[in-house]
Write a protein that binds this ligand. Sequence first.
Ligand SMILES: [Zn+2]
Length: 387
Amino acid sequence: MSVWVDIVGQADAVAVLQHAIEEPEAMTHAWLLTGPPGSGRSTAARAFAAALQCAEGGCGTCHACRTALAGAHPDVSLVATEHVYLRVEEVRPLVTLAQQRPTMGRWRVIVVEDADRLNDTSGNLLLKAIEEPPPRTVWLLCAPSPDDVLITIRSRCRHVGLRVPPFEDVAALLVRRHGVDPAVAAFAARAADSHIGLARRLALDEGARIRRREILRLPAQLSSVGAAVMAAGQLVEVAAEESKSATVERDAAERAHLLHALGADAAGTLPPPIRAQVRALEENQKRRATRAQRDVLDRSLIDLMSLYRDVLMVQLAAPVASTNAEMSAEIDRMATVSGPETTLRRMEAIGLARERIGANVAPLLAVEALMVTLAWEPRASAERRAG
Ligand SMILES: [Zn+2]
């Protein structure tokens, strides 16, 4: 069982990383691992970190491999931020850490999972550390694409790009790692567009499957402007619920942990200095919740987009496999009552809503505008005559 076994559909990238392990002259101190969300960037970074620490180059079974893969190796630091930007306070300790020799491993490895979130200030600080690396330090920076990383940093790194893994590979991973039924695995891989984390959630969590189905049923309910506004409310609420179910437990645990660390009693009245710290934690959690809700909402819009893409493929009689095969009756109906121009216009509206939400427009406003656009039905006969 090598450390690379779960890096699915990335033979080229794995070959480059393995080569660097085997040939000292192919090794370098700063790597940039890019790939679309869900392609397995951070998993690949951990596997590389493990292979660097392993005396066998990544056997997958020794202590070094197992601790590095689990994020528990003392010389492998994993850094991710919950903030919109990686802040100077988060980067400064890494710069110091990079100067230290590994305590027990072969390398000091620092994995920055959100290198796209470096801003000018924190990026410049990191750049200094990358420019003057001690001999046993390796930086692994991860980002969706090279364009998302400051050019000064990017130019110091060796770039390795991951691609979207094929559906079949993602489905096979779900079957192998999680014992998922092959049919469910195939559905989940396709519905998640090969996003490994989402596919896993869809395969293992029935609640996630139900929520997705609810969202895909919304277009059928858009009979009037009033219905569109209701649908918007429903979509935003489902997103809020889903992100809440993901964070509420962790928030409570963090709070309890902080109180315990400060020696405070959760039930009693908190002295002012402790209250301030708890408030700071809560502010952080609120920011994280907002980000999580936007991420979930964005995912819902991608799901909706997949439905209209299926409709368009039927309208164009394109020989492409449907993402939402289980909804083929509804997709056929939608394809008959409107034309491809309308479908394209709707897909553009979804793209616009995603952009607006990404630019911090209030989610409900952006989704309401979207739903009203989706609800607007030109007279199908007129469009067909024109087309
Ligand atoms: Zn090993």
